[in-house]
Ligand binder design. Structure first.
Ligand SMILES: Nc1ncnc2c1ncn2[C@@H]1O[C@H](COP(=O)(O)OP(=O)(O)OP(=O)(O)O)[C@@H](O)[C@H]1O
Ligand SMILES: [Mg+2]
Ligand SMILES: [Zn+2]
Length: 462
């Protein structure tokens, strides 16, 4: 058998096979089943999401000799001919190729003749917005008083170019982009039917790059199958599409968090040279962040929430930025600031055991003495008592609750010396403030720069 391209081979032939447009297909199926079909429909929406496909199914369902619950049987002579595209009562007009004037005029005359073979005459006008003004007007007359047997389906990718006079006479259906998961599922099913082996991630990359357009996804799968000689592999697909693998995305995120700017720059430069699309890269980052957030991640929840905010903001700016890869570089690098702020918040919170990590072993000692010592800067013996100087204000607060222990430790009375600190940092942080800090971390992204301690990166300025 001759080779048929996947999008054609797997064009849905029933309402139930059209994916991602359930609301529309269910409404239409019901309309056919109950005999409440309108005379004119507008199918609007992006490319390759099922407008023409659904229009043909409507034509079939209306003419089918044995329809079941509004679905065409796909067996009877009417169905077979419509599928082949040779049914005399299903008339497809491509408004883009000749702007339709002649055909619309012809249509206006022929529309009144009864169907030749079937029950209804179905006119499918594709790229409907391309019609000339005269053609629109010619059509308008027909739409005003359509003969009982005629149904018009006007498909367009640009709803806003349709005159309101026409819009008001039609029932409108807005087709949606198809969700990535739905596309992925469809691609898997096709691979199965084709007897092709696949890697899940490879198909996911195809789904990402098709941006909700099923036709593109299926064409890309076709190419990927040819490329891999029957096997769809992540590495090959990633290079062919210019989309990163999951591992590569994770590495980028990790480099961002760690603030490894040279390596980050190197990677992004490479991607830029190899023609990777920064929009996809960013989308993949956002998806990874979400997946990490929902699973046991090496990154904390706070880190991931902040990362989500920062990268999403980057994504919005990306669309109009003259140097998208530079933007991406700084977006990722900003993730490293988050650690600084996190430390700051812990510090303010007096959570010193977390931030002073020089001697982690000491933290765990059962005998509290070495922990206590870790808070002490110096001790002065004053004869009858000792003066204890805490390392900082938080340590002071901590030691104040441990005076008995201190006495025990030095076998003397103890005078705890309050360290000099600024008023601001003396206050204990309340849970409310702590929450505020957390939400600040989320909102801050753009302001983090200002908060950054000076002289942090004095040795590198690339
Ligand atoms: N919702 C869908 N479910 C399953 N397959 C789909 C869907 N949408 C599109 N396809 C696949 O993509 C191919 C093209 O779809 P179709 O011609 O219906 O798109 P369209 O919306 O009319 O696009 P265009 O605006 O470019 O004309 C179909 O043959 C089918 O294989
Ligand atoms: Mg179409
Ligand atoms: Zn049939």
């Amino acid at each position: 058998m001759a080779y048929i391209a996947i999008p054609r081979k797997y064009r849905p032939q029933k309402f139930s096979e059209v994916t991602g447009q359930e609301f529309i297909t269910e409404t239409l199926r019901n309309a056919v089943a109950t005999g409440r079909v309108a005379h004119a429909y507008i199918f609007a929406g992006p490319r390759g999401v099922g407008k023409t496909t659904t229009a043909r199914i409507v034509a079939k369902a209306l003419n089918c000799e044995n329809p079941e619950n509004g679905e065409p049987c796909n067996q009877c002579p009417q169905c077979v001919e419509i599928t082949k595209g040779s049914h005399p009562d299903v008339i497809e007009i491509d408004a883009a190729s000749n702007r339709g004037v002649d055909q619309i005029r012809e249509l206006r005359e022929s529309v009144h003749y009864a169907p030749v073979k079937g029950k209804r005459k179905v006119y499918i006008i594709d790229e409907f917005h391309m019609l000339t003004k005269e053609a629109f007007n010619a059509l308008l007359k027909t739409l005003e008083e359509p003969p009982e047997h005629a149904v018009f389906i006007l498909a367009t990718t640009e709803l806003d170019r349709i005159p309101p006079t026409i819009l008001s006479r039609c029932q409108k259906f807005i087709f949606r982009r198809i969700p990535e998961e739905t596309i992925l599922q469809t691609l898997k099913e096709i691979c199965q039917k084709e007897g092709v082996e696949w890697e899940e991630e490879a198909l996911r990359l195809i789904a990402i790059s098709s941006e909700g357009c099923m036709r593109d996804a299926e064409s890309l799968l076709d190419q990927a199958i040819a490329l891999g000689q029957g096997k769809v592999e992540t590495k090959a697909v990633s290079e062919f599409l210019g989309i990163l693998t999951g591992k590569e995305v994770r590495e980028l995120l990790s480099l961002g968090f760690k603030g490894e700017k040279e390596e980050l720059k190197k990677r992004l430069k490479k991607l830029e040279i190899e023609g990777y699309n920064p929009v996809y890269v960013t989308k993949q980052l956002i998806e990874l962040i979400e997946r990490e957030f929902l699973s046991n991640s090496e990154f904390s929840e706070e880190e991931l929430t902040a990362a989500f905010e920062i990268v999403s903001r980057g994504y919005r700016e990306l669309q109009t930025h003259p140097y998208p890869f530079t933007l991406l570089f700084f977006t990722l690098y900003k993730l490293s600031y988050f650690k600084e702020i996190k430390k700051l918040s812990e510090l303010l919170n007096g959570n010193l055991t977390v931030t002073t990590e020089e001697k982690p072993a000491e933290k765990k000692t059962k005998n509290g003495n070495s922990t206590i010592k870790a808070f002490i800067q110096k001790v002065e013996d004053k004869g009858s008592f000792v003066e204890v100087y805490p390392k900082n204000f938080t340590a002071y607060q901590m030691l104040k609750t441990k005076t008995e222990k201190l006495k025990e430790l030095f076998s003397k009375n103890v005078k705890l010396i309050e360290p000099e600190v600024k008023e601001a940092s003396r206050k204990k942080i309340s849970p409310e403030s702590e929450q505020k800090i957390d939400s600040m971390i989320k909102i801050l992204n753009a302001k983090i720069l200002e908060l950054r301690p000076k002289g942090k990166d004095e040795n590198s300025n690339s």
